[in-house]
Ligand binder design. Structure first.
Ligand code: 2NL
Length: 345
């Protein structure tokens, strides 16, 4: 191969030179421009060239050396600063993969809101066992054995020596409070309660209650109504009103059912309030003097009021849950909707 042909071949080689890594680029540099590199060798051979050919060939050789050096610099720059496309492609504009965060259960959210409202007006929070004896769940609360009121609160019985059962209300917690502390007593008792009922969209064998109790000298029915009015306005909005209807509970006298003006239609009438403009939110009454006496409190000195509500029912009004069973199916499509900031009323 003549010197000119070798120059031409090397020009082509330099033009298509590639180098992905720093090592590859260095190998190319040494092969061309190193002490024994192809271009360096050409410069050696150039010394033997006849004087008349030297001018033209010398120009081409210098150009070749120059372009080889430029190519080396370009490839080095690409290795040093270019994107690393040796691994799998990464789309830097793609949205970040965030961790799935959980959320509070709707019953937890609503229970906390109810508890907060009463905690702010001086109520303590009390808790007690879910497995109760007959005295705390029934007898102390004026349900004598064989009284028909017991049929309305059938539950699940455990036969372990003495008769134990799953509590049917958290009144049992308040009985324990009255037995163990002196008035004034202002307490709310949130917790799980049980009823032996067929499960449907409107009933479950387990639900959550918040009960409230206020015992002191001179506690009146007006105090009860004022407290519940404050509660309803705090939870559902200042424009809400309540009404009380006479009712019956074994442990209160007089007793009442409390309705709230329908927040969905504003009282005009809709499917939720069955076109009455009112929805039931809780039951209440003045603590029966016999119940106070059963718990060691003198009904001649003290009086009190009590109330109880189902958390599922309140949550249903806030979130429009169509079926009570949805609370306990653990379907994330339901639960996800209660993630902080998701739900809009
Ligand atoms: C309801 C109604 C109510 C009470 C609970 C109570 C507790 C004691 C004494 C007297 Cl220790 N009363 N609690 C009173 C009236 C109603 O609950 O609908 N609950 C879901």
């Amino acid at each position: 191969m003549s010197l000119v042909e070798r120059v031409t071949a090397l020009e082509a080689e330099v033009a298509k030179a590639q180098g992905r890594t720093a090592e590859e680029v260095e190998r190319f540099r040494v092969a061309m421009l190193g002490r024994n590199g192809a271009i360096t060798e050409l410069f050696e051979a150039f010394k033997q060239v006849a004087a008349e050919e030297k001018r033209l060939l010398g120009q081409r050789l210098n150009q070749l050396k120059q372009s080889a050096q430029t190519r080396v610099d370009e490839l080095k720059a690409a290795v040093d600063h270019g994107p690393d496309d040796s691994g799998p492609a990464i789309d830097l504009s793609a949205p970040a993969l965030t961790e799935a965060t959980g959320s509070l259960h709707p019953i937890t959210i609503v229970r906390q809101r109810i508890v907060d409202i009463f905690a702010r007006i001086g109520y303590t929070v009390s808790q007690g066992p879910e497995v109760e004896d007959d005295h705390h769940n029934f007898s102390a609360l004026n349900f004598p054995p064989d009284h028909p009121a017991r049929d309305m609160q059938d539950t699940f019985f455990l036969t372990h020596g003495e008769q134990l059962a799953l509590r049917t209300h958290t009144s049992s917690v308040q009985v324990r409070m009255m037995e163990s502390t002196r008035p004034p007593i202002r307490t709310i008792s949130p917790g799980r309660v049980y009823r032996n009922e067929a499960i449907s969209a409107r009933a479950h064998c387990m639900f959550h209650q918040v009960e409230g109790l206020y015992v002191d000298k001179g506690v009146s029915f007006a105090d009860l109504k004022g407290t519940l009015d404050h509660f309803a306005k705090s939870l559902f909005g200042a424009d809400v009103t309540i009404r009380m209807r006479p009712s019956y509970f074994p442990f209160t006298e007089p007793s009442a059912e409390v309705d709230m003006s329908c927040t969905i239609c504003g009282g005009a009438g809709c499917a939720i309030c069955k076109h009455s403009g009112w929805v039931e939110i809780l039951g209440c009454g003045m603590v029966d003097p016999a119940v106070l006496a059963n718990c060691g409190i003198d009904p001649e000195v003290y009086s009190g009021f009590a109330f109880g509500m189902g958390v599922e029912r309140i949550a249903q009004l806030i979130y429009r849950v169509p079926d009570l069973r949805m609370y306990w199916e653990n379907d994330v499509r339901f639960l996800d909707q209660f993630a902080a900031g998701t739900f809009r009323t």
